[in-house]
Design a protein around this ligand. Structure first.
Ligand code: FES
Length: 159
C-alpha cells in the first residue's frame, strides 16, 4: 500500500510526531487534526485510520470531527482557503458585490478548488465580525470592510 506523502512529509510519520508532542488525550484530537489539515491540505482516510490506531478512538468518531468543523476537510483543498461570510449583515454591507468579484477573480464558484490547486473558495455563516462587514478570511487572515475593487489586491498577497 502506498504511503501518503506531501511536501516531503509522510503522513504516518507526521502523525506519530504530533502524537509525541500532544499526547493521546481526546482533547488533543482537534489540535492534532488542525495540524494535519494544515500540512496536507486535508484529513485523508489514511490519516483517520492512523489517528484511530494511535489515539485508540473509533474511526467514525474521527471522521465525524473531520466533517463537522469547517476548518477541517476530508477532501483535498487548495493551498489557500478563502471563507466568505454570506450572512445577512455582511450581505447588506455590500457582500454580494465582493462575492461576485471574488468568483470572477478566481474563476471558481463556492466549494470549488482552482485547477492549479492554489485556491479553495468556501462560504461561511457569520464569523463574528459583523461590524466590519463584508468579511472574508484567507487561511488565518481576516479582512474586513472589503470592497470589490480590493479583491485582486488582497489575492495578490498570497503566493
Ligand atoms: S455577518 Fe458576516 S461576520 Fe457576521
Amino acid at each position: 500500500m502506498s504511503v501518503e506523502v506531501k511536501n516531503g512529509l509522510d503522513i504516518k510519520k507526521t502523525i506519530r510526531e504530533l502524537i509525541k508532542q500532544h499526547g493521546t488525550e481526546r482533547a488533543e484530537l482537534i489540535p492534532i487534526m488542525q495540524k494535519i489539515n494544515a500540512a496536507f491540505g486535508y484529513i485523508s482516510s489514511e490519516a483517520i485510520e492512523e489517528l484511530a490506531i494511535l489515539m485508540n478512538l473509533p474511526t467514525n468518531q474521527i471522521f465525524t470531527v473531520a466533517t463537522f468543523y469547517r476548518m477541517l476537510s476530508t477532501e483535498p483543498r487548495g493551498k489557500h482557503v478563502i471563507q466568505f461570510c454570506e450572512s445577512a449583515p455582511c450581505h447588506v454591507a455590500g457582500g454580494r458585490q465582493v462575492w461576485l468579484a471574488l468568483q470572477e477573480a478566481l474563476g471558481i464558484k463556492s466549494g470549488q478548488t482552482s485547477q492549479d490547486n492554489k485556491w479553495t473558495l468556501l462560504t461561511t455563516s457569520c464569523l463574528g465580525a459583523c461590524g466590519i462587514g463584508p468579511v472574508l478570511v484567507i487561511d488565518q487572515d481576516i479582512y474586513g470592510n472589503v470592497q470589490p475593487q480590493q479583491v485582486k489586491n488582497i489575492l495578490s498577497r498570497y503566493e
